[in-house]
Design a protein around this ligand. Structure first.
Ligand code: GLN
Length: 279
C-alpha cells in the first residue's frame, strides 16, 4: 500500500517537472515578447496591481446586497436596464464608505422584508417607512429622508379631499403604508397592486378612483402625465430608513456610521437634491 502511494507520488512529481520544463521554455518566450512590448507591459502590470488592490478592498469589506422595488421614482426606478435613484446612490455611497461592493436586487415591495429574514439581501433601501409593525421584524437605520402619503386622482375627478372617499375605489401598492392608510378609510374599497405604476394606469383608465401613494413618487408620476392631479393634503408624516435583519447589528452600526458621515459631508443632501431639485 505504502509502496504504491510512493510510486504514484513519484509519477506526479515527474509529470510536474516535465510540465515545468516546457513551461520554462514558454516563459522565456513570453519574457522576450514582453521586453519588446516595453512600456505596454509595464502599464498592464500597474493595472493588475490596481485591480488587486481594489479586490483586496472589496474582499475586506465584503459585499452588500441591497434589496429594492424599482417602481418608486425618484428613489428607485429603471433607466434602461439600470436601476437608479436616491436610494441606489445612497446605498452606493454607503458601500464606498464601508469598502463593500454593492449589488442591487429588484423585487416586489411585499417581498423585501421576507428577503431580509431569509438573508437573500443584506439591506433594504426602498423608500421604506419606519413603522412600529415593521420594527417588530427588522431593525431600521437612522432616517435619511421624510415623506407623506398623498392622494392622486384623474383630472376632473369629484374627489377634492380625503373627505370624499366614501364609496370610492382606492388603488395602493401591496404592503405599503399607503395600503395601511387606505384600508382604514371607512366606506372606501381598496384595490392592491404589485406596482404603483399599475395603480396609476388604472386611475387613468377610470377603473379606480384614486391612488394613495408617497409624495415624491406621486410628483414623479404626475410630472409625466397631465391627467394626474395630486390633492393638496398630507395623510401622514413618515420617515424613510433602510432596513436590516435584526441579527445583523454589526452591519446596522456600520451603516449608521456611514449615514452620519454622508449627512455631515452634505452628500445625502446632494444626492436628494439631484433627484428632487428644491422648488
Ligand atoms: N413608503 C412606503 C412604505 O414604506 C412605500 C415604499 C415603496 O413602495 N417603495 O410602505
Amino acid at each position: 500500500m505504502k509502496k504504491k502511494m510512493l510510486a504514484l507520488s513519484m509519477a506526479v512529481l515527474m509529470a510536474a517537472s516535465l510540465a515545468g520544463c516546457s513551461s520554462g521554455t514558454k516563459e522565456a518566450e513570453t519574457t522576450a515578447a514582453a521586453s519588446e512590448a516595453g512600456t505596454e507591459a509595464a502599464e498592464s502590470k500597474e493595472e493588475t496591481k490596481a485591480d488587486a488592490a481594489e479586490e483586496e478592498k472589496t474582499a475586506e469589506g465584503g459585499s452588500l446586497v441591497v434589496g429594492t422595488n424599482a417602481t418608486f421614482p425618484p428613489y428607485e426606478y429603471y433607466e434602461g436596464d439600470e436601476i437608479v435613484g436616491i436610494d441606489v446612490e445612497i446605498a452606493q455611497a454607503i458601500g464606498e464608505k464601508l469598502g463593500m461592493e454593492v449589488t442591487v436586487e429588484d423585487m416586489e415591495f411585499d417581498a423585501l422584508i421576507p428577503a431580509l429574514a431569509s438573508n437573500k439581501v443584506d439591506i433594504v433601501a426602498a423608500g421604506m417607512t419606519v413603522t412600529p409593525e415593521r420594527e417588530k421584524s427588522v431593525n431600521f437605520t437612522d432616517s435619511y429622508a421624510t415623506a407623506a402619503q398623498v392622494i392622486i386622482v384623474k383630472k376632473g375627478s369629484d374627489i377634492a379631499s380625503s373627505e370624499d372617499l366614501e364609496g370610492k375605489i382606492l388603488g395602493v401598492q401591496l404592503g405599503t403604508t399607503g395600503d395601511g392608510l387606505a384600508s382604514e378609510i371607512e366606506g372606501a374599497q381598496v384595490e392592491r397592486f404589485n406596482k404603483y405604476f399599475e395603480a396609476i394606469q388604472s386611475v387613468l383608465q377610470g377603473k379606480i378612483d384614486a391612488v394613495v401613494i408617497d409624495s415624491a413618487p406621486a410628483k414623479a408620476f404626475a410630472e409625466k402625465d397631465e391627467n394626474l392631479v395630486i390633492l393638496d393634503e398630507a395623510l401622514s408624516s413618515e420617515d424613510y430608513a433602510m432596513a436590516i435583519n435584526k441579527d445583523n447589528t454589526e452591519l446596522l452600526d456600520k451603516v449608521n456610521a456611514a449615514i452620519a458621515e454622508l449627512d455631515e459631508e452634505g452628500t445625502l443632501d446632494e444626492i436628494i437634491d439631484k433627484y428632487i431639485p428644491a422648488e
